[in-house]
Design a protein around this ligand. Sequence first.
Ligand code: FES
Length: 163
Amino acid sequence: MLKCIERKKMLSEENKKRVEELKRRYPTSQALVLPVLWIVQEQEGCISEDSMKYVAALLNIPFGHILGVVSFYTMLRKEQTGKNHIEVCTNISCMLRGSAKILQHIEQRLGIKAGETSADQKWTLSEAECMGSCGTAPMLAIGDEYYEDLTIEKIDNLIDKLK
Ligand code: FES
């Protein structure tokens, strides 16, 4: 995957206001780490090292702690992704209901392997841990959208629609 592009600017004025609003609702700076990182990711598409330093200074929390949080949560992206970031759940429920075949089919359709971004930057394909949708496994996510009870036909329709 591509390295997350280093930030040139801070949060937008609108997002700074969102952080100020959150500060009123959360009891400690520690509790703000995840929501603020999420806002950064929404704005930038991923979280660079400079962004982590920015958040550390903003919340007065050691950089090492922010780095640890970003490294731990797969939902926080350290790399730039393509226009469509397909995350295929390969955890236990999805695995038992055929996620390996789903992933393999998507790899063939897009011509990239899990963990890669297409040369035209249109697609990024990732394996993901459980996204809490086990009852409708196998599933994948693209951004905030979940696609569930997947079949090869549904995958083909989805990729054709997004092409
Ligand atoms: S195992 Fe795939 S959503 Fe839970």
